[in-house]
Design a protein. Structure first.
Length: 129
């Protein structure tokens, strides 16, 4: 089996800046971050970009829920179902693999996003009644 070089990328994981990196492989791009099974990892094993992506994605979902509610499309059950199946799923997807690599700031950002989105959904639910 031969790798598809047009779909392959190379990432070198380092803990510090290194100027003496090995030469790049022919026809394979070297990248500083990579997305593996939906989790973005940098060449320093940082998950900052992943945490930002998760928070932004959840905020977009809450905005969509708010828009639907304003147009009378959703009910309490629908909002709860979407919150549980989409937002919580995004926050905990593969968390056992990546959460330990997060910095304290990333963890605080994720926990604050969860608290904020929980409060927004609760407010949406009370306004639907």
């Amino acid at each position: 089996m031969t790798p598809n070089r047009s779909k392959s990328v190379e990432i070198i994981l380092t803990s510090q800046r290194q100027d003496d990196l090995p030469p790049s492989l022919p026809d394979i791009a070297r990248v500083s971050s990579i997305k593996i099974l939906g989790v973005a990892i940098s060449n320093r094993l940082s998950l900052n970009q992943h945490a930002q992506n998760v928070v932004m994605s959840c905020a977009q979902t809450v905005h969509a829920l708010r828009t639907l509610r304003n147009h009378g499309v959703t009910t309490n059950t629908t909002l709860q179902t979407v919150f549980k199946s989409v937002i919580i799923a995004k926050l905990v997807y593969a968390a056992s693999a990546w959460y330990g690599f997060c910095t304290a700031a990333d963890r605080d950002r994720l926990e604050a996003a969860f608290a904020e989105e929980s409060a927004l959904v609760s407010a949406l639910l009370t306004s639907c009644r």
